[in-house]
Design a protein around this ligand. Structure first.
Ligand code: NBX
Length: 826
């Protein structure tokens, strides 16, 4: 059956693509008008930057109309607003998404072509706002997209960093970080309101006072202030009129504060104080799992959370909502522990500023907050030393102490177990006194969720075990998802066309409709078209990497892709050992290069600047790539590509081209993963462990369509208990030994045996994430990958089934789960 003639139900075939608000003539008129009156240039004078800005302003017009109507509608409905509090939003480029949601892409292309302007060139001009590190920030971006698409009254709150995630460069194979100047030329996407800035206090002292009812009370007198300036970004839904708001706060020095220094005649210090305050929103911390405990980081957290809570609470109270009813009108979702200081802040606002009774304020607060945890690594759980916390937020520390005291009294009363009381305390005593933010979040929230089924289970069994025993009903799961708009419709236009022809366009808003593809997995005509799309996507990324990085890639090879932050638990080193082992066996004569199925291994990964092992792994990957890519034995067989500065822009080109998706973390360490979902939805087969959401992907696509390998979480746990000795695996596996020995011999470092010594010795004597224990299983499954790839029809069938069976991983479904299990749950 030909895909173009195959029909499904008529409603699925309905056209859901948005209809454009402007025609080409009108587009040209508005565009040239913008050039002339906001850029002050004529068309012949206009630079690409001028044209890009005029394009954005033209596309923004219909969005702003929708945005204003949305605000009016939502205020009138007076329902519940979901406020997503996240220190990170990894938005990715905005232009394509805005064109998609306004239905203006074709119009813009046509209109601009009459002016001899290439739309794609202008789109490529954009520098993406990289206001996040990795999965957590990208999840927030997917969630606000889904909230708007599902017509939910929602607002995203965060920080408008001047510098987002660093730009990665390689110098002699080593990572060198460059500042990300994403908005050095300004950004046309934001609508800033300096006149609506609000003062945020820090430090100072707490005083006894008498409230308006004559009762003793506490009053915080901050030592200094900074202004939080709201910068609004429009968040358009797809196929709906809703346009929600992403409100990012930018720090500006508070004039009242500085005036006093200016008046004292100390000009220099006044200017310095200004810089100090404005520093708060200057830069995104590039650590993605181990928190650094820096004071500026806590300042950032309190800064954006205090501004956000005040903003939404004030607007809700203005509508006539009573304090007691706030939980019916607001829900704050805490994206990990970074915004958890919001809990004592709301208490302070209600008790100190609005003079509510403590118990009333506490029951309101506990109804309003919910907490999502994104990790399983103990070192990733944020703690703040009490002395630092108390210096910066003295009143909040008092409030936390009181919350803790009352909570622990209750635990003591209910259990009589002093050990439990110590374990559950919000304050840790050892190795230093500190606020445990995950405990505070759990105590102060109505619901706590993990981000994949396995993760939520392990949270209950390990990380937050005492709490789940104490409050079994507080814990739930919401498996992550990704937006099909950006990660299929926009990034994979050819696959989108194929899907539209086969099952209609409804999948973009209802990804479960992908299941209608299932019968086409046995349609040879469809499989051929599907394979053609993949081939085109490979040529597309090959062209991108050639232009961007000077990397030449063959188009007829397995595209084996591992892109994610560089972290030991994710095990880029295991992928590397596989590659090195192929080379080592060819050199040793135990493997014939002709027998290697041609393969391109693509890495993309940033390392936290202070993370030594991760940076050395990057250097090793680059060193191995330099050698293997030039080894005459491997020409046409194996190639490694490691483009620098992997980001959303690159992901959108790379993921659609992948055949094989590497999701190889040690079981029990990756909370969920979301890259894994993007790859499967674009028809890549996963090679993966039973970790995070891989478990659910494996379950849904079926074992025949997934390359499962490695230890399970209980296996890994028992091995750790029994005493893991990695060198034993090295000794008993000849291929593993050959690969490690080749690295240790200096083969990838011009004979310098010391260059990668620390990685080699870590493998042999430490190997915290057990790469060596999973090596054999990984090698074996890669042989299966090659076998299957040789059978093109079988491979393509599995690829189509991956698409057909992973509609579950839409972030629209995640958001529906949040509604059902958390936000609207009774
Ligand atoms: O959150 C990631 C997890 O590692 C993924 O498994 C998961 O899919 C994703 C979304 O739920 N966590 C993550 O990206 N963390 C951070 O980026 C992070 C950033 C700053 C920080 C701690 C963690 N201080």
């Amino acid at each position: 059956m030909d895909a173009r003639t195959s029909t499904v139900s008529p409603e699925a075939a309905q056209d859901h693509e948005p209809s454009p608000a402007l025609d080409a003539t009108e587009f040209v008129r508005v565009f040239t008008n913008e050039l002339q009156y906001t850029r002050g240039v004529t068309l012949p004078q206009a630079s690409n930057q001028d044209k890009y800005i005029a394009l954005v302003r033209t596309v923004l017009r219909p969005l702003i109309d929708r945005w204003q109507a949305t605000q009016a509608r939502q205020a009138e409905q007076n329902g519940k607003t979901v406020a997503y509090l996240s220190a990170e939003y990894l938005l990715g480029p905005q232009t394509g998404n805005a064109l998609l949601s306004t239905g203006l892409e074709d119009t813009a292309r046509e209109a601009l072509s009459t002016l001899d302007i290439d739309l794609d060139e202008l789109i490529a001009h954009e520098i993406e706002p990289g206001l996040g590190n990795g999965g957590l920030g990208r999840l927030a971006a997917c969630f606000i997209d889904s909230l708007a698409t599902k017509d939910i009254s929602a607002i995203g709150y965060g920080i408008r960093y001047n510098y987002g995630i660093f730009r990665q460069t390689f110098v002699n194979g080593h990572q060198v970080e460059q500042p990300d100047t994403w908005m050095s030329h300004g950004t046309p996407w934001e609508i800033t309101h300096p006149e609506l800035a609000q003062p945020i206090g820090f430090a100072g002292r707490v005083e006894d006072t008498i409230n308006s009812a004559g009762q003793p009370a506490r009053k915080w007198v901050p030592g200094w202030y900074v202004q939080a300036v709201p910068c609004n970004y429009l968040v358009p839904g797809y196929g709906t009129d809703t346009v929600n708001t992403l409100r990012l706060w930018s720090a500006r020095a508070a004039d009242e504060f500085n005036l006093h220094i200016f008046n004292s005649g100390d000009f220099e210090n006044a200017v310095r104080a200004r810089t100090y305050a404005e520093n708060i929103s200057n830069v995104l911390y590039p650590e993605d799992s181990t928190p650094q405990g820096k004071e500026l980081r806590l300042q950032q957290q309190y800064f954006f959370v205090a501004a956000s809570i005040r903003d939404l609470v004030a607007r809700t109270l203005e509508r006539g909502v009573s304090y007691a009813d706030l939980p019916q009108h607001i829900t704050f979702q805490l994206n990990d522990t970074h915004p958890v200081v919001g809990i004592p802040e709301l208490m302070r606002l209600l008790v100190d500023d609005h003079e509510l009774e403590w118990d009333d304020a506490w029951s309101i607060t506990r109804e309003i907050f919910n907490y999502t945890c994104h990790t399983l690594l103990p070192e990733a759980l944020e703690v703040w030393p009490v002395d630092l916390f108390g210096r910066l937020l003295p009143r909040h520390l008092e409030i936390i102490y009181r919350i803790n005291e009352e909570f622990l009294n209750e635990v003591r009363l209910n259990t009589g177990n002093e050990l439990l009381v110590r374990q559950m305390s919000i304050i840790q005593e050892q190795p230093f006194r500190a606020v445990r933010m995950a405990h505070l979040a759990t105590v102060g929230s109505r619901r706590v969720n993990g981000v994949a089924a396995l993760h939520s289970q392990l949270l209950k069994d390990n990380v937050l075990k005492d709490f789940s025993a104490y409050w079994p009903d507080k814990f739930t799961n919401v498996t992550n998802g990704v937006t099909p708009r950006r990660f299929v419709r926009l990034s994979n236009p050819e696959l989108s066309d194929l899907l539209n022809d086969a099952i209609g366009t409804g999948w973009v808003r209802d990804l479960s409709q992908l299941s209608q593809l299932e019968p086409l997995a046995d349609d040879s005509g469809f499989l051929e078209q599907f394979a053609l799309v993949k081939a085109h996507n490979k040529s597309r990324i090959a062209a991108v990497l050639a232009a961007r990085d000077g990397i030449e890639l063959p188009s007829d090879a397995i595209y084996d892709v591992m892109v994610k932050r560089l972290h030991e638990y994710k095990r880029q080193s295991l992928k590397l050992l596989h590659v090195v082992s192929l080379y080592a066996r060819v050199l040793a004569g135990t493997l014939n290069a002709e027998d290697i199925e041609p393969r391109v291994v693509v890495f993309g990964a940033k390392a936290a600047p202070g993370y030594r092992m991760a940076k050395e792994t990057i250097a090793l990957i680059n060193a191995v790539a330099a050698r293997i890519n030039n080894a005459p034995e491997l020409q046409g067989r194996l190639k490694i590509a490691f483009p620098a500065n992997y980001n959303v822009t690159l992901a959108e080109k790379l993921i659609p081209a992948a055949d094989l998706s590497e999701q190889i973390s040690l079981a029990g360490k990756e909370a969920s993963g979301t890259g894994n979902m993007k790859f499967a939805l674009n028809g890549a087969l996963t090679v993966g462990t039973l970790d995070g959401a891989n478990v659910e992907i494996h379950e849904l696509v079926g074992d025949e369509n997934f390359f499962l390998f490695g230890m399970t979480e209980p296996d890994a746990e028992s091995l750790a208990q029994a005493g893991y000795v990695p060198s034993k695996f090295y000794e008993k596996d000849a291929d593993l030994k050959l690969a490690i020995d080749l690295i240790a011999s200096g083969a990838f470092s011009n004979g310098d045996r010391s260059a990668f010594e620390s990685i080699v010795s870590d493998w042999l004597w430490h190997d915290r994430f057990m790469a060596l224990a999973d090596f054999r299983s990984y090698l074996d499954i890669q042989t299966k990958v090659e076998e299957k790839y040789r059978d093109k029809a079988a491979w393509n069938r599995s690829a189509v089934l991956n698409v057909a069976r992973t509609g579950f991983f839409s972030s629209d479904r995640s958001i529906q789960d949040y509604l059902d299990r958390i936000w609207m749950e009774k």
